[in-house]
Design a protein around this ligand. Sequence first.
Ligand code: PAF
Length: 290
Amino acid sequence: MQIFSTPAEMQAWSDNCRTAGRRIGLVPTMGALHTGHLALIADAAERSDDVVVSIFVNPLQFNEVSDFDGYPRPIDDDVAACEQTGVAAVFAPTAASMYPMGFQTRVVPGPLGAVMEGPTRPGHLEGVLTVVVKLFGAVRPHVAIFGEKDYQQLRIITQMAADLEFGIDVVGHPVVRDLDGLALSSRNVHLTDSERAAAVAVPRSLDAAIVAARVSDDLTDLISAATSVIDAEDAAVLEYVTVFDSITLIEFNDLAGVQRVPGVARIATAVRFGDVRLIDNRDLFESSET
Ligand code: PAF
């Protein structure tokens, strides 16, 4: 397995792969790899000849210095996990090589960035798009896999790749969950034992709304079903819960007239447990998930 620490080294390797007619699959990560990332790597391996995993804690997408500083960085474990799963190359660039002196460009999302994480985390989505363009430029993949846990992120990246003609297939991989339903996230390690126990309220709140949606078109019924699960946990502070069109991300006012089939509507939430902010989402009408 190769390890590259600058975009130039990465590009040279990728160009050789492309010249040899090999298909490159990219799994962009910020490291602290868990079972969810391994599922993305397995997915990439099925869609490409050579899998590249990027590991870069991107300073542009953090709102709080403490969150950036405290983000887990077990790089040796991450490299070992990549080696064990047959990854061809790890791209672990330094911040200086990604953002050298004088770097100034930013990639701004359109209306898809105006909801959910947009207003609650100013600059976050812009930071994500900017680094993803840099990663695409360095790795030059044919296909890139992103987790659906960050659903809005997946949508803005898919839209950007189409709008800007990148010629890269952007693929979403279903949320990978712990046995109790909590979505896997690198941030879960920061939960105390009692917060971890309480965090199961996040997927359960989505379950409750999905159940409510089976019998009601009224969004207040769904939102109050979700909210009451979160409110029952003292440690949990709800930031938002919203039901929206899966493609446009525009919030629904009610469900009357909305087609009750998978892929049409989603519900997403963001909940804080102390310093840890968790997000999750589900397809509102995906009956096999309930
Ligand atoms: O989802 C993540 O881990 C990050 O937002 C990403 C896509 C690797 C960009 O830094």
